[in-house]
Design a protein around this ligand. Structure first.
Ligand SMILES: [Zn+2]
Length: 321
């Protein structure tokens, strides 16, 4: 999925383009958002912006080399799954070598949150005294897992999501898929999330289960229709997330804030459900879902947890009728 041309219109990228034109590129950047796929593309795009001789990213030999990972002045880390102390040493060695083809050496580090404190501390040394003409482009899906000392050495860039219209354009060739609009609703504007939902048959399955629990689960007699003896960890956690979001929506409807409802396609159902329950009951259901969510990490099996989730929701539904 190539969405670089859409990134170039994003304000944070425009800002870096602007900095290049004015010769004001900093020595280190930390890009953050929840989506690793978007971040990877942002890092590649920024490397091109800095090294390309032309005013914007194009198809010149430099940009092409960066795209296929063969530019000698662009070093990409981690070398394996997570950023190790060996990687930190590699970064230090690479950063101290002179650029071969152009003016700048670029060190890319993906998902720095996935690393130990030790390797980050080692990296800190080179960030504190960056060699001349060496630029660090670092990404994280969880900024809180990057040491404050490391963070303070870098310029922070928040990678904002695409708006709905742009996301639909990027995924134009998928627009005839039945669950396209549902995927747009749930991807929060991030390309990686969208890809995940479109290719994950489980998501649609769990979405329908969660929807049924909210709309049709009415008595303990029909609980057997919902039980999933072979429910997997990821299905269970999908259902929990979806239920949380749906009941939050019902609460929003209840207090008249329909404009912030996330599951827009279920709005008609939510209006009806919000008539049947008090706000207190809805809040109680959300509370119980959260409690069961915490138990996910205990030794109870998913199937049993799922059953107690259903019973618990039903109990509130029954008590508050
Ligand atoms: Zn170029």
């Amino acid at each position: 999925m190539n969405f670089q041309k859409y990134l170039l219109n994003q304000p944070y990228i425009q800002n870096i383009l602007h900095k290049k034109v004015n010769n004001e590129i900093g020595s280190g950047y930390l890009f953050s958002c929840q989506d690793a796929v978007t971040l990877d593309e942002v890092l590649t795009t920024c490397a091109k912006i800095i090294l390309c001789k032309n005013s914007t990213v194009d198809n010149c030999p430099t940009c092409q080399k960066i795209q296929c990972g063969s530019h000698p002045d662009v070093c990409v880390y981690p070398k394996k799954d997570s950023f190790s102390t060996e990687d930190s040493q590699g970064v230090i060695d690479d950063a101290n070598k002179k650029a071969i083809l152009g003016e700048y050496k670029i060190i890319i580090i993906k998902n720095l949150d996935n690393s130990s404190e030790q390797s980050q501390n080692k990296l800190l040394k080179i960030l504190e005294t960056p060699p001349k003409n060496c630029i660090f482009l670092i990404s994280t899906t969880n900024i809180n897992k990057v040491l404050p000392t490391v963070r303070s050495r870098l310029l922070k860039v928040e990678v904002t999501p695409f708006d709905e219209k742009t996301l639909c354009e990027i995924f134009d060739s998928f627009k005839n898929i039945e669950d396209f609009s549902l995927a747009v609703e749930y991807s929060n504007g991030y390309v990686g999330e969208m890809q995940k939902i479109l290719t994950d048959a489980d998501f649609i399955k769990t979405y329908n289960i969660a929807k049924d629990i909210v709309i049709s689960l009415k008595s303990s007699a029909n609980i057997v229709n919902y039980l999933m003896p072979k429910i997997t960890k990821s299905q269970f956690s999908n259902i929990i997330t979806l239920l949380q979001s749906m009941y939050m929506d019902i609460a929003y409807v209840k207090i008249g804030k329909t404009e912030i409802v996330k599951n827009k396609s279920l709005l008609q159902h939510f209006l009806q459900i919000s008539d049947e329950f008090s706000l207190k009951a809805i809040v109680e259901i959300v509370k119980r879902i959260n409690e069961i969510n915490k138990k996910q990490y205990s030794n109870v099996t998913q199937a049993l947890l799922f059953e107690s989730l259903l019973t618990s929701i039903l109990e509130v539904k029954y008590l508050c009728k």
